[in-house]
Design a protein around this ligand. Structure first.
Ligand code: HEM
Length: 397
């Protein structure tokens, strides 16, 4: 690929033509690539990223030292299961949403991993953010992640809440440090007796984030939380439930009731999500991971506290459907399939340039997810492999 480097006073700028779809300029500051038209890299980003990487690698080593047979992911360690799916782009997709991946009528095999966010696996009865990580297979084109440019996967990583729990890499690195070194984020929320230093918005946000009482993963609405390019424009994406799932939350939820409910439903029925995209409008944040882009959804999914956490006179931008995800009836809950699922790596930078992740939180995820995935695979003596088809997973008993 053509690479032109211009030397500037304080940083070097690389201009990389991406593709016919993504007409943006990629520059570099202190080794971190960013999109000139939309992003800004703060001076503290590099040290925040290296601090988080060290803390998260350290947590895996500490877990291994405790004698864990297999170490799990630092974040979202508890899987509710991996399922196979079909991702079918709408046949009448509007031209402005078309990318090399989103081609009208195109269909991909996919693997979805459902998870819970808590750093230590806990009972499903406890409120927690749930994750939905979608991996499309057989996606051609050069990918963004270093060393994995020729892989054939495109990932969409989501959580069932609209905004993240930290503003940017520097802010979130302090939460990670507080969780890992102090065991609880008290120091992060209240670093001193001076109320001016208290992180009240983050505390309020985390309460909402963990406060949901869910009945089924198939009833959740999932969000990308942070923005991504769609060609040359910022967007957020999400998945809205369309399964015929009317499960009620059990009175006494079992510790793995979400996995059991999913497995029971998929014995005979199909799961369904609409894959949706939200357009950027002036006033929406790119760099702030706690920046809320109002979508006009009901208060259960866009709680009123979002206005306090991310204030401003912002327009509403509704989500538009671009594809449908179908999860056919299947049996996924076996030891062999669960280990395969654990050994997968989902990450936002498994992406073609037209779906490039944006903003400080996403830039941090680029090297951190890669380092953590490599480290946990090496501690577990497992290979980190991007799947090329569903066959291997489906053949497991
Ligand atoms: C700087 C901010 C973040 C850091 C440091 C971080 C860190 C991590 C790490 C280390 C993993 C495990 C990766 C692996 O071992 O393969 C992970 C997984 C995950 N993260 Fe994040 N994360 C961040 C932001 C986010 C955001 C904004 C989302 C919103 C969608 C998110 C959703 C997830 C999900 C759903 C998983 C599980 C993916 C799977 O099923 O494998 N994370 N994160």
């Amino acid at each position: 690929m053509f690479l032109k480097t211009l030397a500037l006073a304080s940083c070097s700028i690389s201009v990389l033509p991406l593709s016919a779809f993504a007409d943006v300029t990629i520059e570099e500051k202190a080794g971190i690539e960013y999109v000139k038209e939309w992003e800004n890299v703060s001076d503290s980003e590099v040290s925040a990223i290296s601090g988080m990487t060290k803390d998260l690698v350290g947590k895996i080593d500490a877990d291994a030292a405790k004698g864990s047979k297999r170490v799990l992911r630092d974040a979202h360690p508890k899987a509710h299961g991996c399922v196979v799916a079909k991702f079918t782009v709408d046949a009448a997709l509007a031209a402005n949403y078309q990318t090399s991946v989103l081609q009208p009528g195109k269909s991909y095999d996919a693997i979805i991993r459902f998870s819970s966010a808590a750093a230590t696996p806990q009972s499903d009865a406890v409120g927690d953010a749930r994750g939905m990580a979608v991996k499309l297979l057989g996606v051609p084109g050069k990918k963004l992640l270093e060393g994995q440019e020729s892989e054939l996967t495109q990932d969409f990583v989501m959580i069932n809440f609209p905004i993240f729990v930290g503003h940017d890499a520097a802010d979130f690195s302090q939460l990670v440090s507080s969780l890992i070194h102090d065991g609880a984020p008290i120091k992060y929320f209240f670093p001193s007796l001076n109320p001016m230093t208290w992180r009240v918005k983050q505390a309020l946000n985390l309460l909402d984030f963990n406060g949901k009482k869910d009945a089924s993963l198939l009833q959740q609405r999932f969000f990308s939380l942070v923005p991504y390019l769609l060609n040359d424009q910022p967007t957020k994406f999400g998945a809205e439930p369309c399964s015929n799932n009317t499960a009620l939350r059990p009175d006494k939820p079992d510790e793995n009731f979400l996995r059991k409910e999913l497995a029971g439903f998929l014995q005979s029925k199909s799961g369904c999500f609409n894959f949706v995209v939200q357009d950027y409008k002036p006033g929406f944040e790119i760099e702030d991971g706690m920046g809320w882009w109002p979508a006009g959804l009901d208060a259960a999914v866009e709680p009123p506290s979002l206005r306090i956490v991310s204030p401003g006179n912002k327009p509403v931008s509704k989500f538009n459907r671009v594809a449908q995800i179908t999860i056919p009836p299947q049996s996924f809950d076996t030891d062999a399939k669960n280990i395969y699922c654990d050994n997968l790596s989902f990450q936002p930078w498994h992406a073609v340039p037209e779906h490039r992740p944006l903003g400080s939180i996403n830039r941090a995820r680029r090297s951190i997810y890669l380092a953590i995935s490599k480290h946990r695979h090496s501690v577990n003596g497992a290979d980190a492999v991007e799947p090329t088809s569903l066959r291997e997973f489906q053949e497991l008993k």
